[in-house]
Design a protein around this ligand. Structure first.
Ligand code: FAD
Length: 388
């Protein structure tokens, strides 16, 4: 029974390794449409933009790891379709590969705005090494960067660009940055911190269009009628799960490919893991799509255990981190069911935590800035209070 993994990102690379660690003695093939060995994306908006790190700084494992363990890598190869009846997948070039078990680890792609001029060479998204290299090439001191979207990726890139001496403006449609993913105290602290580093913000401001001159974008037209001049634009407005293959194959999908706690899809022979999935959250009694390394790795372990006959891993409390300047934001849990927050520590010292509690005083989530102990304790408390 061969195992075929579609997508050679963080989840795809991890599940191949997990399967071998569990002793799976069957052919394993990873088909990925990027030309690189499986790598980590988090550094792309952080260390990768700031320095000259080699690929080995972001690669999950060296080539020899896959060779020694008989894991075949088909890189630069795109899977175009799945034939569930025949148990085969077709590559974009027409080749057909059989599978006994299929694992979809297709991740997500950067959301685009659909604006005229968005495909011009000084307008970027940040999802792949290729994207990050293009952004890095444009990070030149004194030039003007407009970041559209005040989410984690946009803010991390803004910090990296500021450290390179760029003039940075973040345009955010909502009334606060990080509106979807962090509490108001964290949003206002992060905004102030960025402002002290010289980043400007336009909040509650949409983008009406791009100004184009001689094949380059020269400015971003704002919903209030103004224009922000730009030498480079970064569109950081979230990610869309890559579910087309699964949908075309008739697998159940909603906001991602629907999976259970074994990472199994509606077809028992097909698993899905990582950013492309909508998964159960056992600590919260609901389902969601998480975009985090922790979730991708947890699901890789779930799928490997289910396929390889290992013990199912205990459900993990979701966790996430973001590095900006010298700030380390660590988040454990999700504020689902929370009705109040408590701020502990001192934001003025850039060391504080925000606890999210429900009506019964149970901890739902903790956001910790430069206080790893609060994060660790919070994560343990959530695991204990919300077990099963
Ligand atoms: C800039 C950036 C910063 C981030 N920072 C953090 C952070 O600080 N902390 C954190 O927890 N998370 C962070 N994330 C999120 C994290 O990187 C993702 O959650 C993680 O990469 C998910 O892994 P994945 O394997 O599901 O998807 P991906 O890593 O996206 O891998 C999916 C792979 O599948 C390929 N693929 C898709 N369709 C096909 C096909 N049909 N055929 C072949 N190949 C295909 C894709 O090209 C891609 O290579 C960040 C993400 C980005 C982009």
């Amino acid at each position: 029974m061969s195992i075929l993994i579609v997508g050679g990102g963080h989840a795809g690379g991890a599940v191949a390794a997990n399967l071998r660690q569990l002793g799976a003695d069957v052919p394993i093939t990873v088909v990925g449409d990027e030309p690189h060995l499986p790598y980590q994306r988090p550094p792309l908006s952080k260390a990768w933009l700031k320095g000259d790190a080699p690929f080995s700084a972001v690669g999950l494992r060296p080539q020899s790891y896959y060779e020694q363990r008989g894991i075949s890598l088909r890189l630069d190869a795109r899977v175009a379709s799945i034939d569930r009846g025949a148990r085969t997948i077709s590559l974009a070039g027409g080749e057909t590969l059989p599978y006994g078990t299929l694992i979809l680890a297709t991740g997500a792609q950067a959301r685009r705005l659909g604006l005229a001029g968005e495909d011009l060479p000084n307008v970027h998204v940040l999802r792949t090494i290729a994207d990050a290299d293009r952004v890095k090439a444009g990070l030149v001191a004194g030039r003007r960067l407009v970041v559209i979207g005040g989410g984690y990726v946009g803010l991390e890139a803004a910090a990296s660009a500021r450290l390179k001496g760029m003039d940075v403006l973040v345009v955010e449609r909502e009334a606060r940055i990080l509106a979807r993913v962090a509490s108001p105290p964290i949003s206002s602290f992060m905004q102030s911190y960025h402002e002290r580093q010289g980043v400007s913000f336009r909040l509650a401001t949409g983008v009406a269009g791009l100004e184009v001159r001689e094949g380059r974008v020269t400015g971003v037209r704002l919903s209030d009628g103004g224009t922000a001049a730009a030498d480079m634009v970064l569109v950081g407005v979230g990610a869309v799960p890559n579910t087309e293959l699964a949908e075309a194959a008739g697998l159940v999908c909603s906001n991602g490919i629907a999976v259970d706690l074994e990472a199994r899809t509606s077809d028992p022979d097909i698993f899905a893991i990582g950013d492309c999935t909508e998964r159960p959250l056992s600590h919260y009694g609901c389902r969601a799509r998480l975009e985090s390394v922790a979730s991708a790795l947890e699901q890789a372990r779930q799928a490997a255990a289910a396929i390889g006959g290992g013990k199912a891993p205990a459900p993990e409390v979701p966790w996430f981190w973001s590095d900006q300047y010298d700030l380390k934001l660590q988040i454990a849990g999700l504020p689902i069911g929370a009705t109040r927050i408590e701020v502990r520590g001192d934001a003025a010292q850039s060391k504080f935590a925000v606890a999210h509690l429900d009506d019964d005083g149970r901890l739902c989530a903790v956001e910790a800035v430069n206080v790893p102990a609060e994060y660790m304790a919070g994560r343990a408390t959530i695991a204990k209070q919300r077990a099963g």
